[in-house]
Design a protein around this ligand. Structure first.
Ligand code: HGY
Ligand code: MN
Ligand code: MN
Length: 416
């Protein structure tokens, strides 16, 4: 028998309406969102979320990385809170649901508890982690990473965007730099609901992904230097084409990832070409190779083969090469107890479910190092994400939030 009662459900329409009201802030050009971290649009979205939470009787804590902690009191003020967290920032060509679903489903959990006048022993805190996406300010999951002591705050404050604006300055400019020390909070547990961002749940016709693990990630930045020269008058044998060197290395990355199929992936999403002029051979390229796998040994093998192969390609072509590891984390095993709470909730609620490994990185991957943590996933159409056409159904959103409600309320212990 669930502590929360099998029949207790969240208000799926209210959650859906909130998701689409927030989506009006920082709209993309094709129906998605461009609400990048520390922009004025990010700030506007934060204010709306804060307004909704305060209307639900919650109070805000704000730390020095701008992480927002919206608290609903429990009966035992000394009990460490149960956290529900994800992120409100988006990719430049992001969808309406990546991150947003998890934060607003947390608000919906509190709204439903209020409707039902349910009290819990542990307080419940709904969290917006600053800069999960890591596009404007790399790396991703930056602020949950500082919270988990994976990065220092000083280092994070000094990161610059493409226009040379520092993270710390922009956080202050938009008025969301709090006073609270980052990482000082104690957590009883954390749950994150997130869209799958892959095709498995939809293909398997499952409502819920019970996330047992998160794959590990490695980001290596490569800088290749050749020689700018005329694309017309420079004879082929005389060229020092950094762009061609990159192309050959990206072929190698693809080959390495395929060699570890089906559980490894590799590509480069960030590529800067200099001088990026139509009739100049690129004298310099800077790009980041993203390698991922559920097993650490595979990641380490892919990194080693990239290092050896990239050096050989550049030596053979007379190009300069610098390589720097700029981010990553080991594969994650989520907390058994929290994962069971998720699975049992789906079971009780009658939602179809399956175990799944998260392909994407999430704030939960860092927080899992501090407190018992688990994730819940819902399907997304064609597995598409990090694309404005990202789409989910209201039913999937509702099912995910129902499971979140039951897992959280059971962990926070109902008083009445
Ligand atoms: O990169 C990731 O996996 C996440 O979307 N930040
Ligand atoms: Mn996300
Ligand atoms: Mn994302």
């Amino acid at each position: 028998m669930s502590a929360a009662g099998e029949n207790l459900r969240i208000n799926g329409d209210r959650l859906w309406d909130s998701i689409h009201e927030l989506a009006e802030i920082g709209p993309g050009i094709a129906g998605g969102n461009n609400r990048q971290t520390l922009t004025d649009e990010d700030s506007e979205g934060r204010h709306l979320f804060k307004k909704w939470c305060e209307a639900a009787g919650m109070t805000m804590g704000l730390d020095q990385m701008g992480n927002m902690f919206m608290q609903r009191e429990g009966s035992d003020p000394d009990a460490s809170p149960v956290y529900i967290g994800s992120h409100l920032d988006t990719q430049p060509t992001g969808g309406r649901y990546d991150g947003i679903l998890g934060v607003l489903a947390g608000l919906e959990v509190v709204r439903t508890l209020n409707d039902l006048d349910i009290k819990t022993k542990h307080p419940i805190v709904v969290t917006n982690w600053t800069n999960e996406e890591g596009t404007r300010y790399a790396p991703a999951m930056l602020s949950s990473g500082v919270f988990a002591k994976m990065h220092t705050q000083e280092w994070a404050y000094d990161i610059e965007d493409a226009e040379g604006k520092k993270f710390g300055d922009e956080l202050k400019r938009i008025g969301w730099r709090g006073e609270e020390e980052v990482g000082a909070r104690k957590m009883h547990a954390m749950f994150e609901l997130h869209i799958e961002q892959g095709p498995i749940l939809e293909a398997e016709n499952k409502d819920i992904g019970v996330v047992t693990h998160g794959q590990g990630l490695s980001w290596t930045q490569l800088t290749i230097t050749g020689k700018d020269s005329h694309t017309g008058s420079t004879p082929m044998p005389m060229r020092k084409n950094a762009g061609l060197g990159m192309a050959r290395i990206l072929e190698l990355v693809d080959e390495i990832a395929w060699s570890h199929k089906p559980n490894a992936v590799g590509a480069a999403g960030h590529i800067d070409v200099y001088p990026n002029s139509r009739n100049v051979i690129p004298g310099k390229v800077v790009f980041t190779v993203d390698l991922r796998s559920p097993t650490l040994a595979t990641i380490e093998d892919m990194e080693a083969r990239l290092a050896v192969g990239a050096k050989k390609i550049c030596d053979d072509m007379g190009l300069g090469l610098e390589m720097e590891k700029v981010g990553g984390f080991d594969p994650v095993t989520f907390d058994e107890g929290c994962v069971s709470a998720v699975r049992n909730a789906a079971e009780r609620l009658g939602y179809s479910h399956m175990n799944i490994i998260s392909g994407a990185g999430h704030d939960a991957c860092w927080i899992n190092r501090l407190a018992p943590t688990a994730m819940i996933m819902c399907p997304c159409v064609d597995g598409l994400s990090h694309n404005e056409a990202e789409d989910i159904s209201k039913e999937w959103s509702t099912a995910g939030a129902d499971v979140l409600f039951h897992a959280v309320v059971e962990t926070a212990q109902i008083i009445k």
